[in-house]
Design a protein around this ligand. Sequence first.
Ligand code: DAH
Length: 350
Amino acid sequence: MQEQIAKIKENALEEIKNVQDAKSLNEVRVKYLGKKGELTQVLRGMGTLAPEERPIIGSKVNEVRELLENAIKEKEEKFAQEALQRKLESETIDITLPGTKIKRGSKHPVNRVIEEIEDLFVSMGYDVVSGPELETDEFCFERLNLPKGHPARDMQDSFYITNEYLLRTQTSAVQARTMLANTEKTPIRMICAGKTYRREDDATHSHQFGQVEGLVIDKKERNVSLADLKGTLEVFVKKLIGKNCELRFRPSYFPFTEPSYEVDVSCFKCGGKGCNICKQTGWIEILGSGIVHPNVLKMNGYDPEEYGGFAFGTGLERLAMFKYGIPDMRYLYANDIRFLSQFDRKDEEI
Ligand code: DAH
């Protein structure tokens, strides 16, 4: 029996040595160590042995079993290592290859300006509101003290869709909408940026452009004055364009404000000396503003005896040109990637 065990050991070790994969290794295990395996059979046959021989054979079998188990385990580990190695090799990534660059879009300079203005006014307690681009004559003109036939309507050549509907020529229409919508007649502090349209198409005007409107209305006793308007506009323009620019207030006329002012800012190109951009004057007009006309308050549900306030409106393109030193407005609408990608940076870097 000793011989038989030695033979089993020898054969099994040989087979384990030659086995090529995990599956065959398992077959070898079953063949020798399984329930009906050769070594197990030896144990079963021990009944026929003399009692004194049993412990000797028993321990011999156990010794061989342990030996075979270790050999199998070792081989298993080798297979596992090899499998891992193959996997790592087949899945290697060459990290030295240059990656594919993802192209990022950039915010349009006009949109950057809108966001900055909104942030600034929100920080001063204003609400951001909006209104329709397809507007009615009533809100665009009548409720702003511009009745039909008023000569000032000629200042704004309009795209009429029907007798009553037109593409809004000014964001001032939103002033009337905000006042009327505020049924409680509480104080108003609003800012509204959006598209506006006029029937002009020459070298310096586009049929579509952007405006921002601001409106503040409060109780008379709170004394919202021209000084507040001036202070607000100074903060606005200096924050947006730069603290070194200068502002000039000129008396003007708008039907919805009385008194009215146009605001000029010192030319961004020549700094006030005079150049082709400012038509040699050193100044560029950027804003219309004034104290809200009593008729406008009355027509939109605010008693002018009880309430007062100021309003202002400005063109977005001009502000963007000033802020970023863009010499020609047409760049803003040419969709030229060479121009637009210059704004593909963080704000503070520009
Ligand atoms: N809506 C005027 C325009 O388009 C600009 C303007 C002037 C707006 C005076 C105002 C204002 O709110 O008070 O020319």
